[in-house]
Design a protein around this ligand. Structure first.
Ligand code: SAM
Length: 214
């Protein structure tokens, strides 16, 4: 089966049937070629309902989790988004389809390099890739209207809350190293309105305001 057909089936069976309904998100998931973000040996399962290894002990997230987190961000098209945990670059590409600018930061240089290369090849000129500890955010580019953390956090790092603009949204998996829940924070006059969503399992967010080791 060709990749386009596999992608359509992924969207229908893994996303629509599980309740993803934001048409813009579904369209982006239908468009971004996930198979170009996985390792060659995983091509045959690029559109399967699972996270996959990308090297360095890290993963590209399950398609449903990418869609769910993106939907929770409520992107309209004009936002500047910060992503912490570039990984393969796949989530950044989905965000780039839906927002004005994407700033994505990865702590492992080889992953950041590979992600930057594929994003450039695909023509995503509105994505900037950085190497560093994303728990500190990117103060020189703040504030951001949306922030997404794609690694499991013990709590939402304080610098990221500070770098969110008023009315902005943060989505992150928060919990222990072995189980988390998607948390959405909406900032209103220095207060945060919290809501809790899907249970999930992400690799740890490692850094000054995250876990101290892997
Ligand atoms: N969003 C990615 C994708 O679409 O492929 C998946 C991200 S993967 C589940 C989590 C990533 O977060 C890993 O690549 C890991 O190295 C990175 N990471 C962990 N702690 C980090 C930190 N403090 N700053 C930046 N990246 C971090």
């Amino acid at each position: 089966m060709d990749f386009g057909t596999q992608r359509r089936m992924m969207v229908e069976r893994q996303l629509v049937q599980r309740g993803i309904s934001d048409e813009r998100v579904l369209k982006a998931m239908l468009k971004v070629p996930r198979h170009l973000f996985v390792r060659e040996e995983d091509l045959y399962r690029a559109y399967d309902d699972m996270a996959l290894p990308i090297g360095e002990g890290q993963t590209i997230s399950q398609p449903y989790m990418v869609a769910k987190m993106t939907e929770l961000l409520e992107l309209k098209g004009d936002e500047r988004v910060l992503e912490v945990g570039t990984g393969s670059g796949y989530q950044a590409a989905v965000l780039a389809e839906l927002a004005r600018e994407v700033y994505t930061i990865e702590r492992i240089p080889s992953l950041a390099e590979r992600a930057e290369e594929i994003l450039r090849e695909l023509g995503y000129e509105n994505v900037k890739v950085f190497v560093g500890d994303g728990t500190k955010g990117l103060p020189e580019y703040a504030p951001f209207e949306r922030i997404i953390i794609t690694a499991g956090a013990p709590e939402i790092p304080r610098p990221l809350k500070e770098q969110l603009s008023d009315g902005g949204i943060i989505v992150a998996p928060v919990g222990s190293k072995y189980s988390q829940q998607l948390v959405k924070l909406v900032k209103r006059d220095e207060d945060f309105i919290e809501s809790y969503h899907t249970l999930c399992l992400f690799v740890p967010l490692v850094g000054e305001y995250g876990w101290k080791d892997e």
